[in-house]
Design a protein around this ligand. Structure first.
Ligand SMILES: C[S@@+](CC[C@H](N)C(=O)[O-])C[C@H]1O[C@@H](n2cnc3c(N)ncnc32)[C@H](O)[C@@H]1O
Length: 272
């Protein structure tokens, strides 16, 4: 096994992916993050969709689709057909219900699957997006090759993810930090390299660091709010939620973002 994964105290990469999916489909994630689990929220998702030229009639694959908020918004805005794939089966159920409630159930469907072995046919999509999740995939070269495999020739990839410069601070290592997209965040050039080595042509790289700074501030505020609500017994969170650990990590993340050790970026690429 990858020695970085080995150091996280999980048995293997399957357990790592399950832990990640379990956290993001929990009530706790919704309380702290809302429905859209990435910096920049749905405004950045719409920007990503416009940048890769989504249009009615096209087929889009959303890899690691979470609660489905991005897929639903992109269907509403661009009228394309969207398949969302996520490791968490409860996320898939929640996203399916949300698409029906939003009235886009005929355009948007979700299924359980692994980004490293996408459950869809070769050459079957016009575009692939992956927001704030590529950094959590243990086998990034395989995930990038999967994007390439499922695209039609001329198909586009829109990736948005956490970037780092320099080493990861000690406070931001470990399983929770990995799941929070921090511990295996890559330098911007590395994301471009994964895409290029999969055979894709990288077209555009954009920094959106302010979106990350705003999200970390928002999380810090929501953590304080959630702690008060739990103490007042207004919301119920699992006893496993450790507010002190989460607040320590959020503080360390805020400092690292301020020091420009972490940022957020959008990359787009094309299948030749
Ligand atoms: C930070 S959330 C992002 C969700 C969504 N893209 C968004 O921006 O709202 C990360 C998501 O990646 C999913 N995930 C993690 N590893 C995965 C894998 N190997 N295959 C598919 N989904 C995965 C998790 O279940 C979670 O829903």
């Amino acid at each position: 096994m990858d020695s970085k994964v080995d150091a996280l105290g999980v048995a293997d990469t399957t357990e790592l992916k399950s832990c990640c999916a379990t956290v993001y489909q929990s009530e706790w994630a919704r309380v702290i993050l809302g429905d859209s689990f990435h910096p920049g929220g749905l405004a950045l998702t719409e920007h990503l969709g416009a940048t890769i030229g989504l249009a009615p009639g096209q087929r889009l694959l959303d890899v690691a689709s979470g609660q489905g908020a991005s897929a639903i918004r992109l269907a509403e805005r661009f009228g394309c057909t969207i398949v969302g794939v996520d490791y968490g089966d409860e996320s898939v159920r929640n996203a399916t219900a949300a698409a029906t409630a939003a009235g886009v159930g005929q355009l948007v469907t979700f299924q359980q699957g692994d980004a490293e072995r996408l459950p869809v046919a070769d050459g079957s999509f016009d575009a692939v997006i992956c927001e704030c999740a590529f950094c959590t995939f243990p086998d990034k070269p395989t995930a990038a090759s999967e994007f390439m495999r499922v695209l039609k020739p001329g198909g586009r990839v829109g990736l948005s993810d956490l970037t780092r410069s320099g080493a990861i601070p000690t406070d931001l290592q470990g399983l929770l930090a990995w799941i929070a997209c921090i511990a295996d965040a890559q330098p911007l050039d590395e994301y471009a390299r994964y895409l290029r080595e999969a055979g894709l042509t990288v077209n555009l790289v954009e920094a959106h660091d302010d979106a990350l700074a705003a999200m970390v501030r928002e999380i810090q505020g929501k953590l304080l709010g959630a702690e008060i609500m739990v103490k007042l017994k207004k919301i119920d969170l699992p006893p496993t939620v450790d507010f002190d650990q989460a607040k320590r990590m959020a503080r360390a993340a805020a400092e690292a973002v301020q020091a420009k050790h972490f940022g957020y970026a959008v990359l787009t690429a094309t299948k030749p």
